[in-house]
Design a binder for this molecule. Structure first.
Ligand SMILES: Nc1ncnc2c1ncn2[C@@H]1O[C@H](COP(=O)(O)OP(=O)(O)OP(=O)(O)O)[C@@H](O)[C@H]1O
Ligand SMILES: [Mg+2]
Length: 245
């Protein structure tokens, strides 16, 4: 099996006095789609933020393509976040002053793409996610589902190596959610992008190659694609070394 593209070991992170991660370890391979599940408050978003180099763990290591993210200077981290990572935040976090098309074009502009080309590409991504025609809306004028689709387009527009998506379909009904997931998975498969996908939804997790489950800040179970059965929580078909360590 190839080396992981991203490897986190024994991550510990507290928010003030609240522990969020208590020794979580997880791997993501190039091109792999990994679902992360777990109850509310189990540490999923915190794990994503540590893996994406947005938050530094208190202890533990995060290695990305041979670099130790947990030790990198902020300048190199923000460069990596621009070039290699795309993030869909749980609460959207689009820039309120910018329209849909300009939110999506922004990462391209930051990477030096001329404005006209950036807006054109942004429009194509909005189309893929079914929000063509809403280019001129600002986040305050969008529904939750529209904002999520714009966030997905923004995360993918630069062709990142890894997309981190935190409940990207949480505000969508099942049909719209399925369409957005299909667009995300199709794009990722086509371009070999790895995806770390946080979800509460078993149907969404079913799109992944593998699923890990968090409980109280540690990975407690891991399944290969298609392995988990309904009602089989805690009876991992293939418990990994990590999960049982
Ligand atoms: N900024 C913060 N300040 C204080 N506590 C926080 C903060 N962010 C998270 N926490 C706490 O850390 C723990 C883990 O939070 P996290 O957001 O990682 O969970 P989660 O699994 O993503 O939950 P959800 O499914 O509800 O999004 C929780 O107890 C939460 O209350
Ligand atoms: Mg969360």
């Amino acid at each position: 099996m190839s080396n992981p593209l991203l490897a986190a070991r024994s991550l510990v992170k507290a928010h003030g006095s609240t522990p969020a991660l208590r020794g979580a370890s997880v791997d993501l391979r190039a091109g792999e789609i990994l679902a992360v599940t777990g109850a509310s408050g189990s540490g999923k978003s915190t794990l994503l933020h540590c893996l994406a180099g947005i938050v530094r763990p208190d202890t533990g290591t995060v290695e990305y393509a041979g670099e130790r993210l947990d030790r990198l200077p902020e300048k190199r981290l923000s460069e990596l976040r621009r070039t290699d990572f795309g993030v869909v935040f749980q609460f959207g976090q689009l820039i309120p002053e910018l329209t849909a098309v300009d939110n999506v074009a922004l990462p391209l502009l930051l990477a030096g793409t001329p404005r006209t080309a950036a807006r054109e590409q942004a429009g194509e991504w909005l189309e893929r996610f079914g929000v063509r025609g809403q280019e001129a809306l600002r986040p305050g004028e969008m529904s939750g589902g529209q904002a999520q689709r714009v966030s997905l387009a923004r995360a993918l527009v630069t062709g990142p190596k890894v997309v981190f998506a935190d409940e990207p379909t949480g505000a969508l009904d099942s049909l719209a959610g399925e369409q957005a997931m299909t667009a995300l998975i199709h794009t990722a498969r086509e371009s070999g992008t790895a995806v770390l996908l946080i979800t509460h939804d078993a149907q969404v997790a079913a799109y992944a190659d593998r699923e890990v489950s968090l409980r109280d800040g540690v990975v407690t179970a891991e399944w290969a694609a298609g392995a988990p059965a309904e009602g089989a929580a805690g009876t991992a078909a293939e418990p990994s070394a990590e999960a049982t360590r």
